[in-house]
Ligand binder design. Structure first.
Ligand code: ATP
Ligand code: MG
Length: 411
């Protein structure tokens, strides 16, 4: 028998849930467009190597979570697990290096094979931004303030904390990695199996581990800040000063490293304590080496992505659809008139609900069900003198209005 259900970790979106999701994306788009970001849409699947660029990549996404498949031509393809790699791939394959800086935003479905739970799905929506070609801290400040404004516009800025850290440049990263590995080796037996495996390949990821045994070891690990070289230190100080200047509150979190392996300098997350374990609603950072990894030359990048479902779960109120006007014809001859009035009102910009059948009482009940503001009632008497009965469904008041005056009256 056909299994009539959606795949585990995937959902049908409609009603309130879809309205909230749409609102998050609409507010996000309106916000970032003011900063000069333009929408880009890249394919939902790419060649696998767009996401898994090198064998040393031990991020969860690449090692465990990707939906990879071979197509009929034998190509290894992957459903995109995140947005940045696809945007950077598009940047390189379309030769956009001549027009820097480039500012893009995107929204759409991402796919990760993860254990589904609250705020964690196998298909979910991300809204994100990427700024390519700016090396200075102004970009970091602008990108973070843009994220903050976005959440403010959603009415959520009071519920989130901005956490920030610096991974420094390559030299600082190498210095820190050495110190960290030396420390972790002393505590090898206490680490989780995953972390033991990561120790050689990507030790920084251990800082990000959610396992209690790892957390206990990480507690006393060397601090990243102590390994930053002079220029990385200055870069970070400039970013923080910029945020202070804008009045954006943040918390420096020395343990913040982020899951993907291509970050450098600034990394940040906007977190809430309202969603349990899945508290990160937006995350991002600088990825100065990524464009080069894809063969696009030395182009700096910075961006963030948010979990649209996680954000929409924080919006407590339903977003009511526009209140329509109900058109209620009584009797067969009035039906044609009703269609004509509905058509003309819609063309004039009004939202109109046509009630398809039933007597006056039934149709009024339906009008209330769609939360109509007004009802336009067309009986035989009204029909005869080219007018309608306009009823205010909140106050119950009603009056006779000539059809020619209807639009003016409703405005
Ligand atoms: P987490 O630590 O929760 O696994 P992540 O580091 O894997 O997050 P990113 O790759 O940075 O997440 O993605 C950015 C945002 O996308 C996250 O902060 C989160 O809000 C959202 N997100 C990530 N994975 C999922 C998922 N499986 N379901 C729903 N939202 C997700
Ligand atoms: Mg994850």
């Amino acid at each position: 028998m056909l299994k009539v259900q959606s795949v585990r970790g995937t959902y049908d979106l409609y009603g309130v849930a879809k309205r909230k999701l749409k609102k998050v994306v609409a507010v996000g788009s309106a916000t970032v467009e003011k900063y000069g970001f333009e929408e880009i849409e890249t394919p939902i699947f790419e060649f696998t190597e767009v996401f898994a660029r090198n064998l040393g990549d031990t991020s969860d996404i690449v090692t465990k979570e990707m939906y990879c498949f071979e197509d009929k031509g034998g190509e290894s393809l992957t459903l995109r697990p995140e947005g940045t790699a696809g945007v950077v791939r598009a940047f390189v394959s379309n030769g956009m290096q001549q027009n820097l800086p480039i500012k893009f935003y995107y929204s759409g479905p991402m796919f990760r094979y993860e254990r589904p739970q609250k705020g964690r799905q196998r298909q979910f929506t991300q809204f994100g931004v990427e700024l390519l070609g700016v090396e200075t801290p102004q970009a970091d400040i602008e990108i973070i303030s843009m994220a903050y404004e976005f959440l403010e516009k959603l009415g959520l800025s009071g519920q989130v904390t901005v956490e920030i850290n610096s991974l420094g440049d390559e030299e600082s990263r190498d210095a820190y990695r050495q110190k960290l590995v030396a420390y972790l080796r002393e505590h090898y037996e206490e680490l989780s199996e995953d972390s033991k495996n990561r120790l050689d390949k990507n030790p920084l990821r251990i800082l990000d581990s959610k396992e209690d045994c790892d957390k206990a070891v990480v507690e006393n690990a060397p601090l990243y800040a102590d390994s930053l070289n002079e220029s990385s230190r200055k870069f970070f100080a400039d970013v923080l000063r910029g945020l202070d200047n804008l009045g954006i509150k943040y918390r420096v979190n020395n343990r913040l490293v982020r899951g993907l392996d291509y970050y450098s300098h600034t990394v940040f997350e906007l977190t809430t304590d309202k969603l349990g374990a899945q508290g990160t609603v937006l995350a991002g950072g600088r990825y100065n080496g990524l464009v080069a990894q894809m063969g696009g030359g030395d182009v700096a990048g910075i961006g963030w992505a948010c979990g649209v479902e996680r954000l929409s779960m924080l919006l407590d109120e339903d977003i009511a659809p526009v209140r329509p006007i109900a058109v209620i014809p009584l009797g067969e001859e009035a039906e044609d008139k009703a269609l004509e009035i509905a058509y003309n009102l819609r063309r004039a910009g009004f939202s109109v609900e046509q009630s398809y059948s039933g007597n006056m009482k039934k149709r009024l009940i339906k009008a209330n069900k769609v939360n109509a503001v007004k009802a336009i009632i067309i009986g035989s008497e009204e029909l005869a003198n080219n007018s309608v009965m306009l009823k205010d469904l909140d106050s119950g008041e009603q009056k006779n209005v000539a059809i020619d005056d209807l639009i003016k009256e409703l405005q």
